[in-house]
Design a protein around this ligand. Structure first.
Ligand code: FPP
Length: 251
């Protein structure tokens, strides 16, 4: 874990930055427990990391940053934690909106809005509206999101189109699926980062990460900082992306 903090100035190739970085922000609970604090304290600290990483991604010139803030499965956590997280997200978004606008960041939200508390949804929608002119970083919050929800939802819509005779089932391609996903407005992630050390993808962007580079760090989300983000990007830049081709072919 300390390894990365010992690496001084990270040299990045600014011409080969990932266009889209997606992050599974994990380890808030363990960060808090290790300090004898309530789990909620880890989430509060996690919000500070969201701000830090958004600033760094924006400064670097990353196009899209997608953060897994609340999964479909998270609805099954104790009600007090669910309420605390929803409240935290809503208040943080409201508080940060002026700075997002100032930094030319636009906010988008992906997930099942029908399950969100009305006031959280209203504040998110207001921020999306107020930041819509931003031409810099697009910050995408995945809230009440899971890949299986998203793919099921897309399948329903495509089936309805087919049943209505508007599309031919034989003409359905991977493009048709991609167009019907919540992420249709952005490119697939180039780099998927997971903090907290677990080697799993937890129902996050399963379709979209088909060719993403994966990077897992043991660092807990509240401790993750701009330097750690640059370390992850440097690691990504050392990889050869082959998209199913041979090494010779992609040279
Ligand atoms: C995982 O840690 C983290 C979450 C379930 C929530 C992440 C949410 C935030 C950091 C707040 C987001 C706020 C904004 C404004 C987007 P965990 O609780 O599963 O940690 P553990 O694995 O150590 O228990």
């Amino acid at each position: 874990m300390e390894e990365t903090h010992r690496i001084p100035n990270i040299q990045l190739d600014m011409a080969r930055l990932p266009r889209h970085i997606a992050i599974i922000m994990d380890g808030n609970g363990r960060w808090a427990q290790a300090r004898g604090l309530e789990r909620a304290a880890g989430h509060v600290e996690g919000v500070a990391t969201v701000r830090r990483i958004t600033e760094e991604a924006s400064r670097l010139g990353i196009g899209y940053l997608t953060l897994y803030a609340f999964s479909t499965e998270n609805w099954n956590r104790p009600q007090a934690e669910v309420d605390a997280l929803m409240h935290l997200i809503a208040t943080a978004i409201e508080r940060e909106t002026p700075d997002l606008i100032k930094n030319n960041v636009s906010l988008r939200v992906i997930g099942d809005a029908s399950r969100m508390p009305a006031d959280t949804l209203a504040r998110l929608e207001r921020c999306v509206r107020d930041t819509s002119a931003g031409t810099g970083l697009t910050l995408v919050l995945a809230i009440s999101y899971s890949s299986r929800w998203e793919i099921t939802d897309a399948a329903r819509r495509i089936a309805a189109e087919a049943a209505a005779g508007r599309i031919d089932p034989a003409g359905i391609t991977d493009e048709t699926i991609a167009r019907n996903l919540a992420t249709a407005f952005m490119p697939d992630p180039d780099l998927l980062i997971r903090t907290g050390g677990d080697m799993r993808v937890s129902n996050f962007l399963l379709w979209q990460i088909a060719y993403s580079e994966l990077y897992v760090t043991d660092i807990y989300w509240p401790d993750f900082d701009g330097h750690d983000l640059r370390v992850a990007i440097a690691d990504y830049q050392r990889r050869q992306r082959r998209f199913g081709l041979t090494g010779e072919q992609v040279k």
